[in-house]
Ligand binder design. Structure first.
Ligand code: C2E
Ligand code: MG
Ligand code: MG
Ligand code: MG
Length: 287
């Protein structure tokens, strides 16, 4: 009996593995035509400063509506694109499209708003990345101060010496960088002080559990204190409740992003919600 149930479990396990690798292959194949079929788009989520409650930036988040698979979340397809190498072309599209959008918003007369884009590890390995960004900004006549790069802890810490070099190259062309999902990776505190990074994004898992769990609260408060000592700004991700907002405000966090204040939305909806009429001169404030 034991043997049989063991065998069943094994059969179930291999079935699951097969289903999983089939899905991975389907996604990888469908991604090949995603760019040429115009299946990708960017949504934008607002970020607010906590001191004066003003809109300070937005994060561009990729969306994929596949002709064959329907909507696939970035949490599912980005890791697959990273493994297959497709992330480099997708990442270039994200850079080009976000800069084009910044230009469009300038042309529409909205107040200049910084856009933060996410960079993958594989993109960061491309020697030409800083040049590509600089050329795209120039072609669209967009000031580099309007683009921010979100790096993962892995980017920053895998090969710290070369990370410092690349981040300095970004810095030289006027691009600010932040470390995304901070606290979940394996940051070395001694290298962190050498990275010319502008901002730490406190990972949402800590923000989510902060209210009910003392340890998570301690982590959030330690990250904020550390950033202050190192002269970096902090933003709390994933703020969904007023209680969480009050807590991170009292801890001295600089900025906030989360469903409580705004979901990621397509550009036209972002304009309607966050560039209100009077905002041409005076940006809309949060409650
Ligand atoms: P991320 O960069 O940490 O982005 C934050 C994620 O949290 C987004 O998920 C956002 O929609 C979600 N989020 C924001 N506020 C809240 C909240 O209050 N509650 C909850 N539960 N979630 C919230 P999304 O859009 O599904 O993206 C997931 C991840 O995919 C991103 O995490 C990022 O790592 C990656 N990603 C997204 N767009 C791109 C891209 O253009 N390039 C690369 N390389 N990665 C991307
Ligand atoms: Mg991000
Ligand atoms: Mg994040
Ligand atoms: Mg994340």
């Amino acid at each position: 009996r034991a043997k049989q149930s063991g065998r069943n479990r094994f059969a179930m396990f291999t079935q699951e593995m097969q289903a999983h690798s089939t899905r991975v292959l389907l996604i990888e194949n469908a991604l090949h035509s995603a760019l040429e079929n115009n299946e990708l788009s960017l949504h934008y989520q607002p970020q607010f400063s906590l001191s004066d409650k003003k809109l300070v930036a937005s994060e561009a988040l990729i969306r994929w509506n596949s002709h064959s698979l329907g909507r696939v979340s970035p949490g599912e397809f980005i890791p697959i694109a990273e493994d297959s190498g497709q992330i480099v072309a997708i990442g270039e599209w994200v850079i080009t499209e976000s800069i084009r959008q910044i230009r469009e918003w300038i042309d529409l007369g909205y107040p200049p708003l910084k856009v933060a884009i996410n960079l993958s590890y594989a993109q960061f390995q491309e020697p030409d990345l800083a040049n590509f960004i600089a050329q795209t900004l120039e072609a669209c006549r967009v000031p580099s101060s309007l683009l921010e790069l979100e790096l993962t802890e892995r980017i920053a810490m895998d090969d710290p010496e070369s990370a410092i070099e690349v981040i300095n190259a970004f810095h030289d062309i006027g691009l600010e960088t932040s470390i995304d999902d901070f606290g979940t990776g394996y940051s070395s505190l001694s290298y962190l002080q050498k990275l010319p990074v502008y901002k730490l994004k406190v990972d949402q898992s800590f923000v989510r559990n902060m209210i009910n769990d003392e340890n998570n609260l301690s982590i959030v408060s330690a990250i904020i204190a550390l950033a202050k000592k190192l002269g970096m700004r902090t933003i709390a991700e994933g703020v969904e409740t007023q209680e969480q907002l009050d807590k991170i405000t009292s801890l001295g966090c600089d900025e906030v992003q989360g469903y409580l204040l705004g979901h990621p939305v397509p550009p036209d909806e972002f304009e309607q919600h966050h560039f209100s009429n009077e905002s041409h001169s005076n940006q809309r404030k949060i409650g």
